[in-house]
Design a protein around this ligand. Structure first.
Ligand SMILES: *Cc1c(COP(=O)(O)O)cnc(C)c1O
Length: 413
């Protein structure tokens, strides 16, 4: 997308606003698919939680993607967006048996990540096949918030509990149709990932009725120049080879599944906000935009580094700025960043704003969540309206006479 396209979008639909480039989503989907083209059965299940707008889900469905969901509400969004139930996998963590049963009743694939619920579900519904999420205890990436395969993680059934798992399967007579792992959000080291995969293959041998092995996600995309990204092509080549060998050993053509979120949508997204104030202090120059961590929390939550470009003055002289929001709390997007000279009224563009940005937005400070636009075939298509004051008060019950009544009583006494 050109900066002029983005500027035009802010003029037409206002700011702050999220814009997603459909072409980038499509090319990422194709790139991942091509990397595994020697595998006969490949299934990409887009992780809805990264960006769950219905039109984005429809695009994924159109591309032939399945959907990875983590709540019953995401399951319902997927069905609403036209996914067939069997193309949806429900991979929750820490949810009730009732919610899992509700998903099963909708006909979607079920992925269970603890032995307690597995035993209860298997006892009640031995005819519904389920996938099991395994924790291979492999550390991927350095940040413990996003490394979900290691020993302390709350996710998955430990590989050390496989004997117990097998006992439950035998006693309930349930069918395990898939095994799954999702080691974390960063695959930086392909060898570490392949090592975890070997543990999954080893585990898979215990189950005779598998249809698929799901390797989760964690594909890393670059956020700034010089960032390491997962080498998808190398991973594709190495894992495909091993997977095909395993299928031969296993005696059946299994489906290789992935659940990419960030890889498919991160780089397609742009967040656009207007500079309200340029404020020189004794230590830095602040540029305050008409947004904050209520709209884009990743810098404050994870220390994420989103590249920021002044698209109103892309050729201007570079200076150092601290880009901050308008939330009444420390709300920093970037510290001492070199950005083309900023004037009040300029539009700043935050890159990599497709994954975990809008979906984590809130109404904190009683602000509206932004609009969303899909850039498709060189045209902007509004896919979510900006919120209005009515949205802020929709579910509130304004009990007007509650305190008045009390005052009246006091007066009577
Ligand atoms: C969040 C999540 C994903 C997607 O992870 P990305 O890093 O965005 O690709 C995949 N699988 C499960 C189970 C998840 O919870």
């Amino acid at each position: 997308m050109k900066y002029s396209d983005l500027l035009n979008i802010t003029q037409e639909y206002g700011n702050p606003i999220y814009v997603y480039d459909a072409e980038k989503i499509i090319s990422q989907f194709n790139r991942l698919t091509n990397a595994f083209n020697t595998v006969k059965k490949l299934k990409l299940n887009y992780a809805a939680k990264a960006l769950s707008n219905l039109t984005i889900l429809r695009l994924m469905n159109e591309l032939g993607s399945g959907l990875d969901t983590v709540s019953i509400q995401e399951v319902k969004l997927g069905l609403l967006a036209g996914f067939k139930p069997e193309s949806i996998i429900y991979t929750p963590n820490g949810v009730s048996l009732e919610e899992i049963e509700e998903a099963a009743a909708l006909g979607v694939r079920i992925n269970i990540d603890n032995l307690s619920i597995l035993e209860q579900f298997g006892s009640k519904h031995p005819d519904i096949p389920v996938c099991v999420r395994i924790n291979p205890h492999v550390m991927a990436g350095g940040n413990s918030n996003i490394s979900v395969g290691h020993i302390d993680s709350k996710f998955g059934v430990s590989i050390h509990q496989i004997p117990h798992l097998l006992r439950i399967v035998e006693l309930t007579n349930m069918t395990i149709n898939g095994i799954h792992m999702h080691t974390g959000s960063d695959i930086l080291d392909i060898d570490v990932f392949l090592y975890a995969s070997e543990i999954l293959f080893e585990t898979a041998k215990n189950f005779k009725e598998l249809e698929f092995i799901d390797f989760g996600s964690g594909f890393k995309v670059p956020y700034k120049d010089g960032d390491i990204e997962t080498n998808i092509e190398e991973l594709g080549e190495k894992l495909s080879k091993r997977f095909n060998e395993f299928c031969e050993e296993y005696g059946k053509e299994l489906t290789l599944a992935f659940e990419p979120g960030k890889f498919l949508v991160s780089e397609a997204g742009y967040f656009l906000a207007k500079v309200n104030v340029v404020k020189q202090t004794t230590s830095t120059v602040f540029a305050s935009v008409d947004s904050g961590f209520n709209h884009l929390i990743r810098p404050m939550l994870y220390g994420a580094n989103h590249q920021i470009i002044n698209i109103s003055n892309p050729k201007g002289r570079e200076r150092y700025y601290s880009v901050v929001g308008y939330i009444c709390e420390t709300d920093t997007f970037a510290n001492n960043r070199r950005i083309n000279e900023i004037s009040e009224g300029d539009i700043l563009c935050f890159k990599n704003a497709g994954a975990y940005c809008f979906t984590m937005a809130s109404n904190y400070n009683s602000r509206y969540r932004p609009a969303e636009v899909l850039w498709y075939k060189d045209k902007p298509i509004l896919i979510r309206e900006r919120e209005t004051f009515d949205d802020l008060i929709r579910n509130q019950i304004d009990v007007k006479d509650l305190f008045e009544a009390k005052n009246q009583k006091a007066a009577v006494k």
